[in-house]
Write a protein that binds this ligand. Sequence first.
Ligand SMILES: Cc1ncc(C[n+]2csc(CCOP(=O)(O)OP(=O)(O)O)c2C)c(N)n1
Length: 372
Amino acid sequence: MINTEEFFSYLKKKDLDFFVGVPDSLLKNICACIKMSSDESNNIIAANEGNAIGIASGYHISTGKFGVVYMQNSGQGNAVNPLLSLVDEDVYRIPMLLLIGWRGEPGVKDEPQHVKQGKVTLSLLETMGIDYLILEDDYKTQIDYCYKYMSENSKPVALIVRKGCFSEYKISKPDSEYTMLREEALDGIISNIGSDAFVVSTTGKTSREIFEIRERRNEGHEHDFLTVGSMGHTASIALGMSLGTEKDVFCVDGDGSFIMHMGGMGIAAKYAKENYKYILINNGVHESVGGQPTVGFDIDIKSILFACGFKNVYTASTKNEVEQGIDKLKREKLGALIIYTKQGSRDDLGRPTITPEQNKINMMKIFGNINA
Ligand SMILES: Cc1ncc(C[n+]2csc(CCOP(=O)(O)OP(=O)(O)O)c2C)c(N)n1
């Protein structure tokens, strides 16, 4: 196991002290260390991994330095376009160090959404012509190699991080002005949307909590699309679903997800019918992967939603306000509800016990598209 603080110090010693990326559960400890040990201008938590590549590129041009871009391998997809059309040696040829968390590594048990991505992580880098090393205890030699490689070739290089690679490093939780937990808010949502309504919930703990709430209530899961991967696309999945039905479709999004592909909100508002209902749970952090901050509390999401075309944007921070907010959404076209919560979740939170494909099949049966 690598001592997280020593790894971070060695990067700094090599002048690798500009960090940008999207947090990941496998990188939780190193992301916490970067967050606690860097000032804000040296650690930018980007909207998505493609943006992170862009930021590291611009930074290199103005400073000559190599940025360190951290991401989960799920973010490789978001990064492919700027890696190939900006950073690549056939275009601008920009060096940077990629730190990639390897979820779904073959032979290591992981969730369904990580299996295929885990299989193709290395071959995707090979296809893109990006040299990589799998991070080992002798990380100093590996960082030396990466530094030399970037200096000599002016190209990106990757360090692949396996599960359990870094020692524990805790991030401190800021005090919250909110008292409600996300799970309580979700309970309020599920209790009030009506038994006919459909739910499309976002990646991470939101979908896991909705699954458990339905179990506790002895209800089935066939009204809920529990998005497991594909972070940032929840609002779009919900839009597509709502176009094919007259029933209400409630999107339950997170601030990290909303910010990741915010452009989708303008499209959702333009094409939404009566039945599209948007709810954003804003805890100001990427809680599911360790609590690194988003800009959820820095930007005016209410105004953004209005500007996208939502007609009414309500806010809630208590269960009572959630109930009132849902009531208004049910009656109006293009209403949205922002629910403010504190961070936190149960230690014993489980994961859906049905597969994603079974989840889809069960929903399609209810929609009448597959015979029961
Ligand atoms: C493209 C991509 N990048 C990163 C991740 C890792 N990831 C999973 S959940 C999550 C945080 C989501 O944050 P938010 O939407 O605010 O919800 P919260 O966890 O706070 O409930 C992240 C970064 C991912 N699944 N996909």
